[in-house]
Design a protein around this ligand. Sequence first.
Ligand code: ATP
Length: 518
Amino acid sequence: MTKKSMDKIMALAKRRGFVFQASEIYGGINGFWDYGPLGTLLKRNLREAWWQDVVLFPCRGALGPNGEPVRMVPLDTTIIQHPKVWEASGHVAGFSDPMVDCRESKARYRFDHLLVFAPASGDTQGKPYFAYLTDSPSEAKQKKKAEKAFGDVITIALSEVPKDAWARVLGPDAEKVGSLTEPRAFNLMFKTYVGATAGEDDVAYLRPETAQGIFVQFKNVLDTTRVKLPFGIAQTGKSFRNEVTPRNFTFRSREFEQMEIEFFCHESEAAEWYRFWRDTRMAWWQSLGLKGENLVLREHDREERAHYAKEGAGVSDVEFRFPFTDPGFGELEGIAHRTNFDLGQHQKFARTNLEFFDSDRGELLPNGSRKGEKYLPHVIEPSAGLDRGVLALLCEAYTEDPSRPSPELLRLHPRLAPVKGAVFPLVNKDGMPEISEKLHAELVRKFYRLGPIEHDVKQSIGKRYARMDEAGCPYCFTVDGETASAQTVTVRDRDTGAQERIGIDRVAEFLAQKLEQS
Ligand code: ATP
């Protein structure tokens, strides 16, 4: 596959109102993005697809490894939680990426994001190591300098540069060597104050993940619903991380939305539920059109696992090959067996028993029932990023077809397409606008729950098709000279450009069928 241009994708996203820089008229604010009208619809459709396939009709009816339908309930918890929540979860102490500052340029980098060009021979002969950030202008600039100094160069992580040679590292944006500080911890949580006094006792944090709200309400959910283990709690919502180096468009933002499931089960069943969710979530992304070599499921090796993932507990990522990570991949969703770490921590910090009494387990009693077993459930967490999902879909859908008058189109899955259909009069006379307006009104009434249907009378028909192609609209219906007499319209397919005639009274049924099939 030829590499897609991120610049072109971003230009289309801006030009057609998918994504805008937040506070753009003030020069923007780094790490924050707004969604324009089309982007808002696309994002809502992706959230809605998740909601339907996770909460309303879990796994589209597929049975879990226990042979039963998957049970799931929704939840909506607050962005600001009791500060103790983040102590218990380990975020206050551990949620920090080591970072490196440049004393000269004042830039700040994530330690694990900095790479270094070093001589292939291994001997720098007193010359500098050239540090850079991948996919940034510093990469080409530093490579040129390193090749001039050493000839053949290799790339190593900054962490591999011997400590005593740090004074000889040339920072990505520096003129002089030795400007980089040692890596330091940096807390990624946004701090705020609750109440008017704004003293140290009033400190609170914006949630860095939606997951903890679920753990904290686990007991209430159990006590107020008839749900029993194994079951999941699902939630979507905003999360905030003061990322050190927000970049790559919306991929790494400081405010973003997550779609998270915490699935609770007995420890003995955790491994099979982990595999079930890992495979189900991968298949879900594939069903939305992220397919083939651009999507991979990657199992973590032991060193990468987070603090809660103990020996043997699986962690994997669904990863997409974005134009800016190509040939590498970037994470869309993480699926982790979190063990009972979080519930255990909240049980300890809140001094509340969070154990579940499972009446289907334990010794078989003479009367045929079970003695029951009390335990702290294990958790499988599929945690997806909504914004990263939207970005992956835009990148995957973006297509250039030079044979078209306007060569850019978005091949979005009809389920996700922001605009579901469009109606045009071929020309603005001979009764065509009246017929197309009527057809449009009928389609709007039938399809408004799924998304807008456009009506466009301006400019040439070719330009109107091109506009719809760029918006990812799957079908356009055109009222033309034959419509009045033959009671037919043309349907144009976005992906093939092919046109066919169908009866005007069949348009709604045709569109319903196409949207339903997807
Ligand atoms: P990364 O390693 O890329 O920082 P992570 O492993 O810290 O991500 P998780 O904590 O597993 O991410 O969060 C779950 C999901 O939330 C990620 O798969 C991603 O889709 C999304 N996400 C996390 N951080 C961001 C961010 N800064 N901007 C946008 N989405 C994010």
